[in-house]
Ligand binder design. Structure first.
Ligand code: SF4
Length: 511
């Protein structure tokens, strides 16, 4: 680590450091983070950079989980970048050396911190990619070209005028057969194109060299399959619009490779930095408003819940999991999405594999359509898989609220986030949700109206947090709701003096 970040100083004030240091990294609006900064920095400065970067990515993650996209998401990123002083250019578009240094330092520190756990690694890559997409989208065309040239993306060569003219008829034909291209024309209000007009438009676009890039075949083979890259004259051609996707794909690949290196690097400096940087990095993901927000027992406490405990702690289940539990009890079946969401959640609140197998088998075989043999043949594999005992043996983490919210359940499904599913599609007026909150959960009318309004405004996790408060004497989840199992643990913290243990004790006594 010191080799990656220069010499760490323990006591210097951040202000002094700022005055002395010169950032020599990427002097652009966008950094591909190929090399870490090497300036001397105090441990205080590093700590602030890491936690600011975490806050920036957390804001992005929260916004995405809350259904924000396009302009709304951009606004969140812009404001958070400014608040955290990580915007690499000032108001006049000029390079801001100090901010860029903080941006790069924060990125590399959080990369290291996130490399310690698989779920953090995934979270980091997803949200860094979102930040990268935003910043790339903010660049002018010449800015994008310059970024690609200076960051090793220069093999994405613009097609030459000569090549384009030579292949213009083939390029026209591929455009004519390209559904995405046709759709883009329609979106641009070139509606009701007659065939002749459409052909003319394709020919016009095809012979414009600025529209085309020639790239290495290996990287675009999936795009060839989906007709977003074309093989012409022995080379792969892509449209300008597709180039962004390639850049994002390559950035993601680099980031994933970077995580592997980060893991190694952490091991190397762990002992030397045992009293300074190592604990700082280990703590980054556990900090949110000064407290850990991830369930303390989340899937690490396997064995702290029993089958009878599931029934006895229903009051602590978030709405999504109550819905799944009720559907399972009623139909003695859940479709694939529901099984996966509920299995991982139960694992997240501590149900061990042996009990999970009994629990699911007991419920499923209550249906005349599912014999014990059928259960073993069709469903037990999925449960063992969720616990990492089959297939690639991955220790799968419970779904986050974002994953639940982004699920697209069909009519027969019971999974997803009810604050979304019960305020969208045919449920747009939110009446079903209001009825559920007031009648089944006994939430007062006025509180329910406010919750439903929040959900209708697509603030699903906030609506869920308000529901939590309504059910727990006004006590709120300070850090917000991020995962269903976190909701559970927060609730046990309030309902039972020793969360989890109380549930287990009760469950064990009753079993
Ligand atoms: S916000 Fe999260 S915990 Fe609450 S119902 Fe939706 S998915 Fe479940």
């Amino acid at each position: 680590m010191p080799s990656a970040f220069g010499v760490l100083k323990s006591a210097n004030a951040v202000a002094q450091e700022r005055a002395r240091s010169k950032y020599t990294g990427n002097a652009a609006r966008l950094d591909a983070y190929a090399t870490p900064p090497t300036e001397e920095r105090s441990i205080d400065y590093l700590e602030r950079c890491a936690s600011d970067r975490y806050a920036l990515l957390r804001a992005i993650d929260d916004a995405r989980s809350g259904g924000k996209k396009d302009e709304e998401l951009k606004k969140v990123i812009r404001e958070e970048e400014e608040r955290r002083e990580m915007r690499r250019t000032n108001g006049r578009g000029e390079f801001d050396e100090e901010n860029a240094s903080r941006d790069a330092t924060g990125h590399f520190l959080l990369r290291l911190a996130s490399s310690l756990k698989e779920e953090h690694e995934r979270w980091f890559v997803e949200n860094e990619l979102e930040l990268f997409k935003y910043r790339f989208g903010e660049l002018s065309e010449s800015g994008k070209e310059s970024f690609m040239k200076t960051n090793g993306f220069d093999d994405y060569g613009a097609a030459s005028e000569r090549d384009v003219q030579e292949h213009k008829n083939e390029l026209r034909d591929v455009l004519m057969a390209d559904f995405e291209f046709r759709k883009a024309l329609k979106d641009a209000s070139v509606n009701n194109l007659k065939l002749g007009e459409f052909e003319r438009k394709c020919a016009e676009e095809a012979r414009n060299a600025k529209n085309w890039f020639v790239v290495g075949f290996e990287e675009v083979s999936p795009l060839v399959r989906t007709r977003r890259a074309y093989l012409i004259g022995g080379r792969a051609w892509i449209r300008k619009e597709t180039l962004d996707q390639l850049v994002f794909g390559r950035f993601r690949t680099r980031l994933s490779l970077g995580m592997k290196k980060a893991k190694e690097l952490f091991k190397q400096f762990e002992v030397a930095e045992a009293n300074r940087l190592a604990p700082l990095l280990r703590a980054v993901h556990n900090k949110r408003s000064g407290r850990a927000y991830e369930g303390r027992r989340a899937y690490e406490g396997e064995g702290t819940m029993s089958i009878s405990g599931i029934e006895q702690t229903q009051d602590s289940f978030p709405l999504c999991m109550r819905q799944l539990h009720n559907a399972l009890k009623k139909k003695h079946h859940l479709t694939h999405g529901g099984r996966r969401q509920y299995q991982l959640y139960l694992k997240g609140i501590g149900l061990p594999l042996d009990q999970a197998l009994v629990f699911w088998k007991t419920e499923f075989t209550k249906s005349p359509d599912c014999s014990a043999e059928k259960f073993e043949k069709d469903y037990s594999y999925g449960i063992r898989h969720a616990y990492g005992r089959e297939g690639k043996r991955v220790n799968y983490t419970p779904h986050s609220c974002g994953q639940c919210i982004n699920a697209t359940p069909g009519e027969k499904d019971s999974h997803g986030c009810p604050f979304r599913t019960m305020t969208s599609g045919g449920n747009k007026n939110g009446e079903a949700l209001h009825e559920l909150l007031t009648k089944s959960m006994k939430i007062p009318e006025d509180a329910s109206i406010k919750i439903v309004d929040k959900a209708k405004g697509m603030h699903y996790q906030i609506a869920c947090g308000m529901t939590f408060a309504a059910l727990h004497d006004g006590k709120e989840i300070e850090a917000g709701v991020h995962t269903p199992h976190q909701y559970f643990h927060e609730s046990r913290n309030i309902i039972a003096p020793a969360p989890g243990e109380a549930a287990v004790a009760t469950a064990t006594t009753a079993a």
